[in-house]
Design a protein. Structure first.
Length: 610
C-alpha cells in the first residue's frame, strides 16, 4: 500500500485542507440474510456545494465505513450516486473476520479490499470502480446500501463518511505516531515531532524494543506540524503505561491550548488525581470526564471524544467509562500551542507524564464506539499479522507479551483444548536447527492467569494443528507449555494463545526456546546423581539425590520429549522421596530433580508386568 506516498503528496495538493465531508453517525441494524430476501438497509447522505466530480482533479468520492458485524464476509455494500450509478464497495470479503473500519479510495495501486483482513484499520480499493462517478454532479442525496448474505451472524452500521477528495480522508487523522523505531507523524498534518530533554524510545506493550515513547517525567514532545481546529468533533487516543502514579498525580498525555499560559481554551487527555482524565475547556467553561484509577506499570488504552452534537465521552480499553454534555470544543484561535505529548501544552514545564506512550492518534472528528474498540485490538489478533517470536537459549526468557483487550475469535482451526472462545494472540516462530522447540506462557501480574496454547504448521490460509495445551501442571499452574522435538528445522510454526474461556482480560508473557536434549543427560550430569529403586517399576519408586538434600527443589516426571507430567515442590528435599506412578502408561520416563543452580536427570522405566 502507499500510505507514505499519499502523505507526501499532500504537500502539493492545496485543496486537501478544504475537502468536504458528509457524515452519517448512528446505529442501524443490517437485516439478517436480507440479500436473499430482497431486504436492504439504505442510508441517505445529503451532499451540497461540491459540484462536478472530476477524476483528473482528484475530486472523486472516498468513503469511510464503520460496521459492527460478527462475520464480515456476509456483507454486501454498494454506493449509489444521486444519478443512480452504483459501485460495489465490498462483496463477500473478509472471511470469518469481525468488524469493519476502513477507507475505500479511488487511488491506483491501492491494495484491494479483497486482500485485506478485518477490521482493516487502513485504506483499500473497493471491489468496484469509483471512477464510474467521474463527470457526475455530486450534489444531491447519495445512498449507501447494505445487505447481509447469510443467516445467523448479524451486525450494525455505526458510521459512514463521504469525502470528495481522494486523498482527503487522511486529513481526518491529523496526528498519528505509531512509534516504529522513530517518532514520525504519519497523520495528515505531517511535520516532525521534537523531543524536549532528550527523551528515548523503549519497549511497547508487546515488549518490542524501540516501539514506544519513554518519558521520565522531565521529557516530552511537541509537534512541529500544522495543528487543527476541532470544529466538527475530535478524538484523542493513546496507549499508556504510567509509572509512580499516586492519588495526586496530574499528568498530560495529549494536550493543546489556545496559547502559552492560556488555560481558558484547552484540551487534555491524561491523568488527574490518579485517574484517567479527559478535559475540555472553552472560554473558561470546563467539562471534565473521569475514568478508573490508574495502576503504575500497566498498559491501558485511553481515548476522549467530542462530537459536533455536543457530546463528550471517555473510553478506557475500548469501553466507555464516562460521558457528559459539552456545548462546544475549545476555541484555539489563530495562534495555538503545538500539540504536546507528555506535558501541559500551555505550560510544558509542568504536569509532565512519567512512563511510556504509544500509538498516539488525533482525529478531527469523533470516532464511534466500534472504531474505538477496533483501535484497541492488538495487531496480532489474527494469524496474518503474527508477531515474530525469537527462539532464545534453552530456558524461558520472556521476549513478548500478549494482550487480549477487545480481541475476538480470529479465523483459523478451532483449538482442541482450553475452552477456546476467541480473544486470540498470534506469534510466528522459526524452528531451530535441532528441530526441538518449547513455547510457554507465563504470568505478568495481570488478572489473566489461565491460558490455552496451540501450535500450527503451514501458512495462515491452511494451518494444521500440532498440539494444544491447557495447563502446564493441572491444578497448580494454569499457564501453557508445548514441547516438540521433531519439527522441521528452519520451518515456521504459529503459536495461538487465548484466555481460558475468553473470560479474563489482561496480558501474558510468552517465550520460545530450544528444548535441551534430555535423553542421555543423566550421564552428562552424573550417572549416580539420582538413584531410583526399583527401576523398572510397576508404579511405586523411591529416589535419592544426595547433592540436593535439604535444599528447596522440584521433582518432575517427564516424557521423553520433555513434557512435564507431574511436579512436586519440596521446601527441603528429604534424603529419600517416594513417587507413586501406579496406573501410568508403561514406557520410559525422565525424573528430574532441580534447584535454581543445578539439575539432575535419570531415566525411569515403568512396566505393569513387574
Amino acid at each position: 500500500m502507499k500510505k507514505k506516498s499519499l502523505i507526501a503528496a499532500m504537500s502539493v495538493l492545496p485543496s486537501l485542507l478544504v475537502a468536504q465531508s458528509f457524515r452519517w453517525i448512528g446505529s442501524s441494524t443490517i437485516p439478517d440474510d436480507g440479500c436473499n430476501n430482497g431486504v436492504e438497509l439504505t442510508l441517505d447522505i445529503p451532499v451540497t456545494n461540491v459540484g462536478v466530480m472530476n477524476a483528473a482533479e482528484e475530486l472523486l468520492p472516498s468513503i469511510y465505513l464503520v460496521i459492527d458485524h460478527s462475520y464480515v464476509s456476509d456483507l454486501v455494500v454498494k454506493l449509489r450516486s444521486p444519478q443512480g450509478t452504483e459501485v460495489m464497495l465490498t462483496n463477500g470479503n473478509g472471511g470469518s473476520g469481525v468488524n469493519v473500519q476502513v477507507w475505500l479510495v479511488p487511488w491506483a495501486g491501492t491494495m484491494p479490499i479483497a486482500g485485506g483482513t478485518p477490521p482493516y484499520m487502513d485504506y483499500f480499493a473497493p471491489d468496484g470502480d469509483l471512477g464510474l462517478f467521474d463527470g457526475q454532479v455530486a450534489d444531491g442525496t447519495w445512498q449507501v446500501v447494505f445487505c447481509d448474505d447469510a443467516s445467523v451472524d448479524v451486525g450494525t452500521v455505526e458510521q459512514v463518511t463521504l469525502k470528495f477528495n481522494s486523498s482527503a480522508f487522511l486529513v481526518d487523522m491529523t496526528h498519528y505516531f505509531p512509534v516504529e523505531g522513530n517518532t514520525n507523524n504519519e497523520g495528515a498534518n505531517g511535520g516532525v515531532i521534537s523531543g524536549i530533554g532528550n527523551p528515548t524510545l523503549g519497549p511497547d506493550r508487546h515488549l518490542r524494543p524501540n516501539q514506544a515513547m519513554d518519558l521520565d517525567g522531565s521529557t516530552y514532545y511537541i509537534s512541529n506540524g500544522t495543528d487543527f481546529a476541532p470544529d466538527d468533533g475530535l478524538t484523542l487516543a493513546a496507549w499508556i503505561k504510567p509509572e509512580n502514579v499516586s492519588a495526586s498525580t496530574d499528568a498530560k498525555v495529549i494536550s493543546m491550548s489556545a496559547g502559552p499560559m492560556n488555560i481558558n481554551n484547552i484540551m487534555n487527555l491524561g491523568i488527574y488525581n490518579g485517574q484517567v482524565d479527559f478535559e475540555l475547556v472553552r472560554n473558561g467553561g470546563q467539562v471534565r470526564l473521569t475514568g478508573p484509577t490508574v495502576v503504575s506499570g500497566e498498559w491501558i488504552h485511553i481515548a476522549g471524544i467530542w462530537t459536533d452534537n455536543d457530546n463528550a465521552a471517555l473510553y478506557v480499553n475500548g469501553e466507555q467509562v464516562d460521558m457528559a454534555l459539552a456545548n462546544s470544543s475549545p476555541n484555539f484561535g489563530g495562534n495555538p500551542t503545538p500539540l504536546t505529548i507528555g506535558a501541559a501544552a500551555w505550560d510544558p514545564a509542568n504536569l509532565r507524564f512519567n512512563g511510556a506512550i504509544d500509538e498516539v492518534r488525533v482525529y478531527s472528528y469523533a470516532m464511534g464506539a466500534t472504531a474505538l474498540r477496533n483501535a484497541v485490538i492488538a495487531h496480532n489478533n489474527w494469524c496474518g499479522q503474527a508477531y515474530q517470536l525469537d527462539v532464545v537459549g534453552d530456558s524461558c526468557t520472556e521476549l513478548r507479551r500478549g494482550y487480549n483487550v477487545q480481541a475476538y475469535d480470529a479465523a483459523g482451526p478451532t483449538p482442541s483444548c482450553a475452552s477456546h472462545s476467541g480473544g486470540d494472540s498470534w506469534f510466528k516462530i522459526t524452528v531451530p536447527a535441532s528441530g526441538r522447540l518449547t513455547v510457554e506462557t507465563s504470568t505478568t501480574g495481570s488478572p489473566l492467569v489461565d491460558t490455552g496454547l496451540e501450535l500450527y504448521t503451514g501458512d495462515c490460509g491452511n494451518l494444521s494443528a500440532i498440539e494444544c495445551n491447557d495447563d502446564q501442571v493441572p491444578g497448580s499452574n494454569y499457564f501453557s507449555k508445548i514441547t516438540q522435538v521433531d519439527l522441521t528445522p528452519g520451518s515456521d510454526v504459529y503459536a495461538r494463545v487465548w484466555s481460558y474461556g475468553n473470560n479474563t482480560i489482561g496480558s501474558f508473557g510468552i517465550c520460545a526456546y530450544e528444548h535441551p536434549s534430555l535423553v542421555g543427560m543423566d550421564e552428562a550430569t552424573g550417572r549416580d546423581a539420582i538413584v531410583l529403586y526399583p527401576n523398572p517399576t510397576a508404579g511405586l519408586v523411591t529416589l535419592r539425590c544426595e547433592q540436593l538434600v535439604g535444599e528447596q527443589a522440584s521433582i518432575q516426571v517427564m516424557d521423553l520429549s520433555g513434557r512435564i507430567l507431574h511436579v512436586e515442590e519440596k521446601n527441603a528435599l528429604p534424603a529419600v522421596s517416594t513417587l507413586d506412578l501406579s496406573g501410568w502408561t508403561d514406557g520410559s520416563y525422565l525424573v528430574r530433580i532441580a534447584n535454581h543452580d543445578e539439575a539432575h536427570i535419570a531415566r525411569l522405566v515403568l512396566t505393569s508386568g513387574r
